[in-house]
Design a protein around this ligand. Structure first.
Ligand code: COA
Length: 332
């Protein structure tokens, strides 16, 4: 039996050109550049324009990805979109992007695993490819977090930004081979980061509007504590699954929630700081898009060399987490 292997062969990303700086935030809420930089490492984030939605940003990233691959949208078998800020509760944002791309052959669905969404989607794509069901899958992370952030709540509004990333996952070829992954969840802690309103439990009403339940609520300290512990456990498990050791990891591509979380994982992984991808300063936390944006920047800068092992790490609401090992095979 021939073993099928899933590869990320091409990527694309999109960031709105509207920038929200710490100085801008100082004018909106009681905060300071010093507080934001020292607690989070963030200096700016991108904000989608009026009339620019999650599907539009995801489409832009996917279009670039397919152009890089020189693939007609009709060759795509499946579109998976990871997002917590879909255009609508339904239909899925994946269906909207399918229409924008003209990828009429593709099946399409959304995955909701918050900031771990990109890894949940990539793991799903790998499974579809290696089981022989599909050959070409577009995985997209796209978020318009500015639509669910409360710009009157200083403890959350400084943290989030908008943006999108897409990758083409194919059977065989060359690129980043998906060698191993691990996904996890802890529903007991669902209250730590939540969008309370708008679902069937709290449908939109005057009451939910008054309580600002249409904006995300977060227990930052609670999240922080779980994030480091869960990602560390996940990292160990996945490196082992890939038959590697920590020393053999060449690049760490973590979710970009907070520079202190990233630094703590860097230490625990024992990897040199120069081998850790950090975009948090420029883009803040873009949830399901952050890892894809980091990966696309690495590819653009031609940082990844033949045989390099990459460790992707994510954590988010749910709680959810995940890790994945990729190996560069057949680099040009
Ligand atoms: N500007 C100034 N002060 C602020 C502030 C802001 N933007 N936000 C909160 N503060 C204040 C608080 O009110 C608190 O004041 P107090 O001591 O007088 O009560 C103080 O700063 C400390 O708040 P705390 O929440 O303990 O800060 P922290 O060091 O835990 O940092 C986070 C807050 C949110 C940056 C941090 O907890 C974090 O990053 N958590 C993880 C978040 C995350 O990863 N979320 C996404 C999951 S993917």
């Amino acid at each position: 039996m021939v073993t099928r292997r899933a590869y990320i062969t091409h990527m694309g990303s999109y960031l709105p050109n509207r920038i929200l700086t710490n100085a801008d935030l100082e004018k909106i809420v009681d905060t300071s550049d010093e507080w934001i930089v020292s607690r989070t490492g963030m200096r700016e984030r991108r904000i989608a324009h009026e009339g620019e939605f999650t599907s539009d940003m995801g489409y832009q990233a996917a279009k670039k990805c397919l152009e890089n691959a020189q693939i007609d949208p009709n060759e795509v078998d499946l579109i998976i979109v990871a997002t917590i800020t879909p255009d609508y509760l339904f239909p899925s944002t994946a269906c909207m992007i399918q229409e924008l791309l003209g990828a009429s052959r593709a099946a399409a669905f959304d995955i909701q695993a918050a900031c771990s969404g990109f890894l949940y989607a990539l793991g799903t794509a790998k499974s579809f490819i290696e089981s022989g069901i599909y050959n070409k899958i577009l995985v997209i992370g796209s978020e318009k977090l500015s639509s669910i952030v409360d710009y009157e709540d200083r403890s959350t509004c400084v943290l989030f930004g908008d943006g999108a990333a897409a990758c083409l996952v194919q059977e065989g070829g060359s690129g980043l081979r998906i060698d191993a992954f691990e996904l996890g969840a802890d529903g007991h802690q669902n209250h730590l980061l939540i969008l309370p309103g708008g679902g069937c439990r709290k449908p939109t009403s005057l009451e939910t509007l008054k309580n600002r339940d249409h904006f995300l609520k977060m227990d930052g300290r609670g999240i922080f504590k779980h994030a480091v512990r869960r990602m560390e456990q996940s990292m160990v498990e996945t490196i082992e699954k890939a038959n590697l050791t920590c020393e053999e990891i060449d690049w760490l591509v973590p979710h970009q929630a907070n520079i202190r979380i990233i630094d703590s994982l860097t230490k625990r992984c024992g990897i040199d700081d120069s081998k850790v991808i950090k975009t948090v300063e420029k883009y803040g936390n873009t949830s399901a898009s952050s890892i894809g944006i980091g990966l696309d920047e690495m590819i653009e800068k031609n940082l990844i060399k033949e045989g390099d092992n990459l460790l992707l790490l994510a954590f988010g609401a749910g709680l959810t987490w995940g890790s994945m090992v990729l190996k560069m095979v057949g680099a040009k």
